[in-house]
Design a protein around this ligand. Structure first.
Ligand code: PHE
Length: 341
């Protein structure tokens, strides 16, 4: 029996040292120490021993069990750390490898121009306000003194949501004048940039969606001189000192008097060139003194208060600034185009 145990010791320790993974190690534990294992098999034969021999053999067997167990434990931790090392090696990161190319974007050129304009007006104490693109016809037209028969109300010109023509996509940012006058305490100095929509076919100068910036001042004693002085200042900040402007009479239902402002072409100085299409002048915006009827409709007494307003197209301004000749380039978002700015 002593011999059998010695044999089992040699064979099991050998097998344990040679085992290659934790699964086969576990199989060895079952094989040697399990209920039906080899050590149990030997112990079954204890009955054949004499009473004097039994305690010594029992002690030997217990020692053998403990030795096999600690051999298995030692081998297990060896295998585990080898596994961990392999895993670390596999997951190792080479910090010296060049990284993937990260492309950082930048602001759209048109929004650069918008930011510049916002800065100029904020510097003069104007507030920037935002408003709905889905608008009531009441605000887009009626409260702006635009009569029911005005052609811009036609279904062919304006996107309506309902058959009764009561809700639409705003065709101009001017409804923001009404929103401001109805909700803000006086005096008011605000600009309201945003998208507007008209049923226009897409071409080099038209798009069914484009951007306008509305501006408005309401206070006591505001005159056309304030409008001209303010807009002249803005133009000088955008196009440089000494930029010449001219104000031509025009008609808008919600301003009286109304005008359009042109700037003398900053490329040719008024001689005529491709930028101004040979005109020497570039049309920049529509403006005027807020109509007394519009003021009164918003609950402001036109005998006490007066104000001026303007609306300008943002795309056209950006196209002038960056010498972009086709409006579609602004909306197509082709990176080959955008990367140039
Ligand atoms: N809303 C007008 C347009 O779209 C421009 C404008 C704004 C005119 C404010 C006068 C005052 O043409």
């Amino acid at each position: 029996m002593r011999e059998m145990m010695q044999k089992l010791r040699d064979a099991s320790i050998q097998a344990i040292l040679e085992s290659e993974n934790v699964e086969s190690l576990e199989a060895l534990r079952v094989k040697y120490l399990g209920k039906k294992g080899e050590l149990t098999g030997i112990l079954r034969q204890m009955g054949k021993l004499s009473a004097e021999e039994r305690p010594a053999m029992g002690q030997l067997a217990n020692q053998l069990r403990a030795d096999i167990e600690s051999a298995i434990d030692a081998r297990r931790s060896e295998l585990m750390s080898a596994m961990m090392e392999k895993k670390l090696e596999l997951e190792a990161i080479d910090v010296t490898l060049p990284s993937e190319d990260v492309r950082v974007g930048h602001k759209h050129p048109m929004y650069n121009v918008l930011d510049q304009i916002k800065d100029i007006f904020v510097g003069m104490g104007f507030e920037i306000v935002d408003g709905p693109e889905v608008e009531l016809a009441d605000y887009n037209f009626t409260k702006l003194n635009i009569e029911d028969t005005h052609p811009s109300r036609e279904w062919t010109d304006t996107f309506y949501f309902k058959d009764d023509s009561s809700i639409l996509l705003r065709t101009q940012t001017s409804p923001m004048q009404v929103h401001a006058m109805e909700t803000k305490p006086l005096p008011i100095r605000m600009i309201a940039p945003g998208r507007v929509y008209r049923k226009d076919e897409v071409d080099a100068t038209h798009s069914p969606m484009f951007h306008q910036i509305e501006g408005m001042v309401i206070d006591k004693g505001v005159t056309m001189a304030d409008l001209k002085a303010t807009l002249n200042l803005v133009v000088e900040k955008i196009y440089g000192k000494g930029t010449v402007t001219r104000f031509r009479p025009h008609h808008f239902p919600f301003t009286e008097p109304s005008c359009e402002m042109d700037i003398q072409c900053h490329k040719c100085g008024g001689k005529g060139c491709p930028t101004c299409k040979g005109q020497g002048w570039i049309e920049v915006l529509g403006a005027g003194m807020v109509h007394p009827k519009v003021l009164a409709g918003c609950g402001i007494d036109p005998e006490i208060y007066s104000g001026w307003a303007f609306g300008m197209g943002l795309e056209r301004l950006a196209m002038g600034e960056y010498k972009i000749t086709d409006l579609r380039l602004i909306f197509e978002n082709d990176v080959r185009f955008l990367e140039q700015f």
